[in-house]
Design a protein around this ligand. Structure first.
Ligand SMILES: *[C@@H]1O[C@H](CO)[C@@H](O)[C@H](O)[C@H]1NC(C)=O
Ligand SMILES: *[C@@H]1O[C@H](CO)[C@@H](O)[C@H](O)[C@H]1NC(C)=O
Ligand SMILES: *[C@@H]1O[C@H](CO)[C@@H](O)[C@H](O)[C@H]1NC(C)=O
Ligand SMILES: *[C@@H]1O[C@H](CO)[C@@H](O)[C@H](O)[C@H]1NC(C)=O
Ligand SMILES: *[C@@H]1O[C@H](CO)[C@@H](O)[C@H](O)[C@H]1NC(C)=O
Length: 354
């Protein structure tokens, strides 16, 4: 769902050594990730595109213990032509995570979008496309083995009605491409937790059922899947681009349990809460409440291990560029001031009344 926004920059020496996690701080919940750890969960993360904003780095260090490279690991960024692996930008993101002691939610191996034409229009046979997939997964999973805490192995394989999305993967290989991708990911990185990731799973029951079917499909092949990522790109009110605002907390919890009950972990992987701009006092109050119940729904489900928000400052959010007239979707404003949504999100994590 995200526009390519690659950063040009100097290539720094990269490191693929595992990022040491931040130590648990037993007596503090004065930041998002510490509050999450206090509740016995693993992480609060953010999407990262390196862009030399020191304020952004400060906030990441204070508030987060996980990051997802926003674009740097996608296929168009890492294998723009066949066998031509371009890892400089992704390596810089891995080095950033290591320096700042962040888990890495690696993103993503097999997806229909931000996929170069040489793959989608290559007229490959089934066997050759599986080889193309294996070469790609092998190169990425091997390179960052030990650095990736989690991998989004397959991304957005479902239509809104819960059927499989048409793509070069589905059309050439059939549904088997999903378990095959997970089998290959495990083959080349047996440490990372392997995730299926999709959007609108939070409120679209047909699509949530599709995700549960995918978990069962993978398991039926005797292949490992560790988790399902619920992207969490939601709205706090009716907008022209959303089928519905984020539902009440019980519905969110039930959606998480629809896959968690199959024995996998769940996480919110790309949260932002957009609304019609400009914000009003009333629309902001609803937005704060939405952040709070998104967090509370995760905490209400034992297998919900963490939450990632899709960026730090509204200044760089992808929303206004893609959904005109909508925005203000993140926890910090364009000047890096904490918004009321921050307090709502934190309250949802701590479970405290004030
Ligand atoms: C970041 O800032 C440093 C120092 O100002 C500069 O040398 C470097 O080129 C910048 N990198 C990017 C990606 O803008
Ligand atoms: C690899 O891809 C990069 C980025 O598109 C391009 O600049 C470079 O020329 C390619 N190298 C080869 C050997 O194809
Ligand atoms: C794939 O097939 C189409 C239709 O026959 C053709 O136009 C296209 O050039 C082919 N692409 C490649 C990479 O061979
Ligand atoms: C499900 O949605 C897809 C994509 O919009 C559509 O092509 C397909 O016909 C739909 N299937 C059913 C059973 O409604
Ligand atoms: C492609 O090959 C895989 C692996 O052998 C198999 O599971 C899948 O069913 C095949 N797909 C088609 C469309 O024949």
């Amino acid at each position: 769902m995200h526009l390519s926004n690659l950063v040009a920059g100097l290539a720094l020496a990269s490191s693929v050594i595992a990022a040491p996690s931040k130590p648990k701080d037993e007596c503090k919940d004065d930041s998002l990730y510490k509050a999450m750890q206090q509740r016995g969960r693993s992480f609060i993360g953010t999407a990262v595109t390196l862009r030399n904003e020191s304020r952004e780095t400060e906030i990441i260090n204070q508030e987060f213990n996980s990051m997802t490279p926003e674009n740097a690991m996608k296929w168009e960024s890492t294998e723009p032509s066949r066998g031509n692996f371009t890892f400089e930008d992704a390596d810089r993101h891995v080095a950033f995570a290591r320096k700042n002691k962040l888990q890495i939610h690696c993103h993503t191996l097999v997806w229909h979008s931000q996929l170069p034409l040489w793959v989608s229009n290559g007229n490959f046979t089934n066997a050759t496309l599986i080889q193309v997939m294996e070469d790609h997964i092998k190169a990425l999973a091997t390179r960052w083995k030990g650095a990736c805490t989690r991998w989004d192995v397959v991304n957005e394989a479902l239509n809104e009605n819960g059927t499989y999305r048409e793509s070069v993967w589905l059309n050439t290989i059939g549904e088997a491409y999903i378990p095959i991708a997970f089998r290959l990911a495990k083959k080349y990185d047996n440490k990372a937790k392997l995730f299926y990731n999709d959007y609108n799973l939070e409120f679209n029951a047909e699509k949530t059922a599709g995700a549960a079917r995918i978990v069962k499909l993978i398991q039926s092949y005797g292949v490992k899947i560790d988790g399902v990522g619920y992207q969490g790109h939601v709205t706090s009110e009716d907008t022209p681009t959303a089928p519905a605002p984020a539902p009440e907390q019980k519905v969110l919890e039930a959606a998480l349990r629809a896959t968690a009950d199959l024995g996998v972990d769940v996480a919110y992987t790309e949260i932002d809460v957009r609304l019609n701009t400009p914000v009003t006092a009333a629309s902001e109050a609803a937005q704060v409440a939405t952040w709070q119940r998104m967090a509370a729904s995760c905490l209400a489900v034992k297998k919900c291990i963490g939450m990632t928000v899709w960026g730090i400052s509204d200044k760089y959010s992808w929303i206004p560029g893609v959904f005109a007239g909508e925005g203000s979707a993140l926890l910090w404003d364009e000047k890096y001031e904490k918004k009321p949504s921050y307090a709502g999100f934190l309250k949802g994590i701590t479970g405290k009344k004030n």
